[in-house]
Design a binder for this molecule. Sequence first.
Ligand SMILES: *Cc1c(COP(=O)(O)O)cnc(C)c1O
Length: 372
Amino acid sequence: MQFIDLAAQYQHLKQRIDQRIQTVLDHGHYIMGPEVEELEQKLADYVGVKHCITCANGTDALQLAMMVLDVKAGDAVFCPTFTFFATAEVVAYAGATPVFVDSDERTFNICPSHLEQQIEKVIKEGKLKPKAIIAVDLFGLPANYPELEKIAAKYELKLIEDAAQGFGGEINGKRAGAFGDIATTSFFPAKPLGCYGDGGAVFTNNDEYAALFRSYRVHGKGKDKYDNVRIGINSRLDTLQAAVLLEKLADFPHELVKRNNLAALYNQQLKGDYQKPSIPQGFSSSWAQYTLTCIDRDMLMARCKEHGVPTMIYYGTCMHQQTAFNELGYTDADFPIASRLAKQVCSIPMHPYMTEQNAENIIRSVNHSLQA
Ligand SMILES: *Cc1c(COP(=O)(O)O)cnc(C)c1O
């Protein structure tokens, strides 16, 4: 059994994907070919924003956002401690200081009240200038944007949505990728919408930001890439990856239904002494992961392994626990909820091509391990 079955998805889409790839091989525009623009238009339409600009990966998407917002040394950027490293990495890479925030106990996303405490603390200390918030749609569930937008407005901070996992999620009909001043996503193969290599994108309704993104991703180009008006990077989405994504995006709404059906089955049938994912009223998840918290995680994982069910830990190390951020001087006591999650979370297989038999096996294994 696969944790995420990309081969089954390819078999389902094979003819269409193969044809799209052949088209690129025939026209030969491997960099910024017509598929890239077609994809950007379709992604913008799907998300419901004015501009989508693709790039080389989800980390670059975040880094480009730092560049566009002119985040620099002396700035504080607030982000959850319970996330993938890239979220905080780009802040430090820009020379700014990441200020970590604890998780909401039920959703595992950034906790708005702790965020406000951390902002107040930075203001009081007076050393750093509060600049932006990066919220993460962890495991597919959009962060609490209605609350985060209020906090961003109150303290005049820019809000960035890291929708690397959230693409496909919604809040009251508004799609992930449409929140904040800028949203970013990743097309890493295992993400809800993945390509066959690295890929990423940014989303914004702001025309000025969109123009800057288009410049920064191609060496700070002016009228063309040999006219360089600012220091940029080289971060484009390959035409071949855009071709793959066009076919995957066409099937994505259908896949989302299947992910939600599997999540509903898990919600209904998994029974034991652990916490299941909690989706607030009006929110929907893209189910990038289905994650349980379990006091005896080792036992759960061992039993699943015995039954041939793969499990993964996302994430076993919070940002404040990472060696690279040692110098920030945080301790687990600063983030009690996230520190507990890092010890207790366990994700079980989740993808749209799960067979009924495998789903039953997973449910049986998890229930068995938790009753023993
Ligand atoms: C995957 C991921 C990223 C980075 O995406 P890449 O395409 O791998 O660079 C950033 N943030 C989060 C929350 C992610 O899950």
